[in-house]
Design a protein around this ligand. Structure first.
Ligand code: PLO
Length: 473
């Protein structure tokens, strides 16, 4: 009497024992695009089996908000998968209960530091100086962008920064890329356990990269512990050390879980990795789109400081549009239902994984006019029946698992791009095709490598203290 129950199961892809819905999932499309295509046949919410796991894919903003906001706590679980990267889930951001206090404390201290603005401004300016030296050749901007972003996060986490050619920085670039390339595939190990029995090349690369990363983190940790003092808090690592000490003094039982060294290391590692990979990726996409739509770049403002954000609405709109059309994390991070519950009219069992397909939300024909078109202009504001910005827009996720770094990211994006556009026009080298708009799907959606010419604009000069003045207006 299945039809007598109030709630029914979501439409489901065909599945078989052990391999689950694998046969229906073969596609040369990236998963987020493929999941959006399946929406036509199966609807906004459907389920499939990955191995023995029930996975629910959510493709529209009403249902997505039910998962993230209305029933946020019920869906706040995380799958216990990637244990190579996290030492069995000791990075709280991914796997523990959402918002553990020491991470919240850390992120609060991120937002408090007004120094960060100056720091970001200084990094942006240093980056522009380097680019100015490359005038006549087309260059891949990625390493310079990464260095600038890394240095912001690095001083936030460890109060240190990297100079050009620093071997530690080069090794960091390498291991980070290695992890980004392989960690998405690693989560497949969980679905197909035999991959672990037959060690493959990716797994080797991932393990190697993680061990390089961990050594670096451990060195920083040792140095910090050596000259830690309760009276000064230099950075995030100090804040975490303090939280650990106070939880030890308070006698563990009140705090529930004691913080171990691994917890601290993995938390810093996460914030570090997330801070670098995400912002850098958005900057790269912004440049891709600026080269495709050069008219966007010419509408620049005059004094790139954070306080100008209100005066540069077009740049702000451009950043919003980049985050819409190429979201960094098109499938967010999987959620897990911690109790029996429902999504809309559909029943959801405890333990089910829920993937919010942000790509579908950001490319929903019902919510956006020409969703595949890059359009930072006015027309995006006139979505039929949509507030500004649209309800179908969640580049940082939402609810208890919302991105910790949203404020930092927005500040960095604005400062880095306004400086870049203020000092340079970006162009493809003559005869070169425009960079591809297709992303490489991994743990973040990355653009492919490309080179551009950065032509210095005439008429700006640097004044003391990094404030710049425009003379050509
Ligand atoms: C990036 C590579 C680092 O070496 C480790 C790391 C930690 C946190 C991850 C990040 C990587 C990729 C982007 C992630 C972030 C946590 C939140 C963020 C997944 C793997 C996003 C986009 O959701």
């Amino acid at each position: 009497w299945a039809f007598q129950t109030d709630e029914r199961n979501p439409p489901s892809l065909p599945s078989w024992p052990i391999i689950g819905s694998l046969l229906s999932l073969r596609s040369d499309r990236a998963p987020h695009v493929f999941f959006q295509e399946l929406q036509e046949k199966y609807g906004d919410v459907y389920s499939l089996m990955m191995g023995s796991h029930n996975v629910i894919i959510v493709n529209s903003h009403h249902y997505a908000k039910e998962v993230l906001l209305k029933k946020g706590k019920t869906f706040a679980g995380r799958p216990r998968t990637v244990n190579i990267l996290t030492r069995d889930g000791k990075d709280n951001r991914f796997y523990c209960a959402p918002g553990p206090q020491h991470v919240r404390d850390g992120s609060a201290s991120i937002e408090q530091t007004s120094e960060l603005r100056h720091l970001s401004g200084a990094q942006a300016s240093a980056m522009c100086d380097v680019l100015e030296g490359t005038q006549s050749v087309a260059v891949d901007l990625a390493p310079e962008l990464t260095r600038a972003v890394t240095n912001v996060v690095c001083s936030l986490c460890f109060s240190s920064s990297y100079k050009r050619g620093d071997p530690e920085f080069e090794s960091m670039l390498q291991y980070s890329q290695g992890i980004v390339d392989t960690v998405a595939k690693d989560s497949l190990v969980d679905i197909f356990p035999w991959l672990q029995i037959f060690p493959n090349e990716d797994l080797r690369i991932l393990k190697e990269c993680v061990s390089v990363r961990d050594k670096l983190l451990e060195t920083k940790y040792r140095e910090h512990k050596a000259d830690y003092s309760d009276s000064v808090q230099r950075d995030l690592l100090d804040a975490l050390l303090r939280a650990k000490r106070s939880s030890e003094n308070n006698n563990t039982s009140t705090q529930g879980v004691g913080l171990t060294d691994d917890h601290l290391l993995m938390t810093v590692g996460d914030i570090f990795g997330a801070g670098v990979e995400t912002t850098t990726t958005v900057l790269k996409w912004s440049i891709v789109y600026l080269v495709h739509y050069p008219e966007v770049g010419t509408r620049r403002g005059r004094h790139p400081q954070l306080s100008d954000r209100g005066n540069l609405p077009y740049l702000a709109a451009t950043i919003r549009e980049v985050l819409r059309i190429r979201p960094v994390s098109p499938l967010l991070i999987p959620h897990v239902a911690v109790a029996d519950t429902s999504i809309g009219e559909y029943a959801v069992k405890k333990g089910a994984r829920v993937i919010v397909n942000l790509w579908s939300l950001h490319h929903d024909q019902r919510e956006w006019k020409n969703p595949d078109l890059f359009d930072p202009g006015e027309s995006r504001k006139h979505n039929p029946g949509c507030a500004v910005p649209s309800a179908s827009y969640l580049p940082f996720g939402a609810g208890v698992r919302v991105c910790l770094g949203e404020a930092l990211a927005k500040m960095e994006l604005f400062l880095f791009l306004s400086w870049l556009l203020h000092r340079f026009t970006l162009e493809m080298p003559a005869g070169q095709p425009l960079p591809s708009l297709d992303g490489k799907f991994g743990v973040v959606l990355q653009p492919q490598k490309f080179k551009v010419h950065a032509h210095p604009r005439p008429g700006w000069k640097a004044k003391r203290g990094g404030v710049i003045e425009n003379r050509d207006s």
